[in-house]
Structure formats: C-alpha cells, structure tokens
Design a protein around this ligand. Structure first.
Ligand SMILES: [Fe+2]
Ligand SMILES: [Fe+2]
Length: 194
C-alpha cells in the first residue's frame, strides 16, 4: 500500500533521529556540554517533520478514514489510541521548549534534568507509538479499508509528498538526521517496548 509504505519509511527516518537524541542525552549526562541549538533541533524536527509532515498525513488522510469507517474498533484504535499519543508527543516537546528557555537564562541542574527528561520521554513514547503503528494499526487499515478508500488516501498522500518535496521539507529533515548522527552518534540499544 503506497501510503503506508511512505509512512513506514518515515518511521525509519524518525527512529534513526531518535537514536541520535538518546545518544545526545547520554553524552550530556556523562558531562558533555549541553548545546541548546542541537536540543532545539528536536523541537524543529518534532513539529515540522514528525508532526506536521508525518502525523499530518496520518491524521488527515488515513486515520480519519479508519475512524469513520471502522466503528468502535476504529474509534478506540485511533481517537483513544494514536491521536492521544500524538498529543502526548506534543506535550513532551512543549516541556522541552520551556525547559530550554529556562536553561538559556540560567544553567541550573534542574533545568538540565527537565531537558533530558522531556527529550528522552519524547524518544521513548514515539518509538513505542511507531512500533504499534507498524505492527497493528497500518496492517489493520490494509486489511479492512476498501480499495476505493485506499486509492483515495494514496492520491492525497502522493499530492502532499509532491508539494512538500517542492518546499524541500524531506531534504531539510533528512540532512538534520545526518547532522545529528554525525555529531552525537546513535544509541541503538533500547529496552523492550510494550
Ligand atoms: Fe502516529
Ligand atoms: Fe506514524
């Protein structure tokens, strides 16, 4: 299915970014300098790539169809599951932004801890969320949506991709991932996610 193939590719990109976030947090915890600008990359990436570019396609094109066509299961899986988690991701990013503002004014340990907590909370939540979508939500959509609906979602995703390609969105955030990996490395090992 074209739309979920694109979105699973984005999941891989996001997971790769999150490994560098985990690595950056480890380095700060071990005593490296906390570079505000690099933590602000997380906010930029989260809002414009993970959220607007990726969650935007899920929410506007695929999940709305699942929610309106799959009865109680669609409602529970989407409205009370995936959409709630998208909101929780936004809350972590809001906390990260506030903690960075405080840190930029005064370098107190508690602000550093708040920054690490928000960044790590975001990374863990979004990794777990992606696993659920790959393993459960997308396969469920592929199985239960009609061909007509899938075709129309594919068309909308394709038009959106062409438009954002023109704006250079994919290119910008793929190079941000490479910058972060080059600067901070990647922590791949992660406890098993539910
Ligand atoms: Fe999602
Ligand atoms: Fe997703």
């Amino acid at each position: 299915m074209y739309c979920t193939d694109i979105m699973m590719e984005e999941h891989e990109n996001i997971l790769r970014f999150l490994t560098s976030v985990r690595s950056m947090c480890c380095k700060v915890l071990d005593g490296s300098e906390l570079v505000s600008g690099d933590f602000r990359n997380i906010i930029d990436f989260a809002r414009n790539y993970s959220d607007h570019h990726h969650h935007g396609k899920e929410e506007k094109f695929l999940f709305n169809e699942m929610e309106s066509r799959m009865g109680a299961i669609g409602q529970n899986l989407i409205r009370h599951g995936m959409l709630v988690e998208h909101e929780l991701c936004r809350a972590h990013i809001y906390d990260l932004e506030n903690a960075l503002k405080l840190w930029d004014k005064e370098q107190k340990t508690i602000y550093k801890l708040d920054i690490l907590e928000a960044a790590m909370g975001y990374a863990t939540l979004l990794s777990r969320h992606i696993k659920k979508e790959n393993d459960v939500v997308y396969p469920f959509a592929e199985k239960h949506l009609s061909k007509e609906v899938i075709d129309s979602v594919n068309d909308k995703v394709s038009a959106f991709e062409a438009e954002t390609e023109k704006q250079g969105i994919q290119k910008k955030y793929l190079s941000m991932i490479e910058y972060m990996i080059k600067t901070y490395g990647a922590v791949e090992d992660q406890h098993d996610l539910l």
